[in-house]
Design a protein around this ligand. Sequence first.
Ligand code: FMN
Ligand SMILES: CCCCCCC(=O)C(=O)O
Length: 370
Amino acid sequence: MNICNLEGGRCAEMAMVCLTDFEEYAKEHLSKATWDYYAAGADECCTRDDNLLAYKRIRLRPRILRDVSVSDTRTTVQGTEISFPVGIAPTAFHCLAWHEGEMATARATEALNTCYITSTYSTCSVEEIVAAAPNGYRWFQLYVYRDRKLSEQIVHRVEALGYKALVLTVDVPYTGKRRNDIRNQFKLPPHLKVKNFDGVFQQETAGPEEYGIPANTLDPSISWKDVYWLQSITRLPIIIKGILTKEDAELAVEHGVQGIIVSNHGGRQLDGGPASIDALSEIVDTVQGRIEVYLDGGIRTGSDVLKALALGAKCVFIGRPAVWGLAYKGEEGVREVLQILNDEFRLSMALSGCRNVAEINRNLIQFSKL
Ligand SMILES: Cc1cc2nc3c(=O)[nH]c(=O)nc-3n(C[C@H](O)[C@H](O)[C@H](O)COP(=O)(O)O)c2cc1C
Ligand SMILES: CCCCCCC(=O)C(=O)O
């Protein structure tokens, strides 16, 4: 029997049934400033909240009597097999949630055989992450700095370490306005560092800061020509994260990248933009299978995963739920989050008559109710 002393709250002994149980636990146990940072959306949080609500507006058309006694959730991303189509989106500062930070996240994704996109703003270095989970499948998320040498160095480092793709985040020319972070004057505590840039991102001289990091390091002038620049310094596949329109999807294909992540940064950047699931169809229709299309934002259940795949995503990624898992029990917590999503996805597949991911298609979606 589970015993919990917390009145109205969750404790580590309670069985976790769904992802919102982890959210509740994290809210209860993290400091207010850390919780607010993870939960933040931009401005009035309309896009952040719509990321979740949009899935509720989509209805499924289940098929029956299809012998779903055996099911297979495996898929591939960029030619590599993963055990199910859910990976971990890049999120910053995992050591705020758990002392082993990104090393714990990396071990969990290695154990579950799925993809982990490491953030530029990790609080463990890429070397520590690879050492913690040497057989894990990883991509590296890149921001482009004003100082291109800095970007170039990290690209060469992750390439040498065996990262399999670069995820170029394109929706942060400036950080979105996150009201509680401003109210809390949120910053990384002094014992934590952006480890990949030790000595570079430390605020050693006085100057404007954002989250305790020197402000203005990211280059707001980046444009499509920088995709060519990135291609010139790496042989890794490039995946652009933060595309929400068919026009930009077409440009991404024309610029020769290998993938797109349809994303609004968890609603933390432009408030008023579309929910990512609502932007997916026009992008998939434009891309027409020329490159892989992925999605993140608001995935909280297995049926959300099913809906995204039915609308054409090859794989989806979770941001905040992974951090809630970390806050709960480190590696074990992230594993539980992924396992619950995998179990729910498998069940949703079976209940809608799909035996494998190849059988998931748009016929599953009831368009008249969209
Ligand atoms: C706390 C937090 C930190 C994030 N840090 C990054 C980051 O460093 N780089 C990046 O490309 N996206 C970052 N994102 C955006 C996520 O990669 C992803 O787009 C978003 O979290 C998906 O929405 P979800 O949290 O509803 O799953 C961050 C999101 C959150 C919530
Ligand atoms: C100075 C920019 C910090 C960005 C931190 C990571 C991120 O993308 C986020 O959404 O938070």
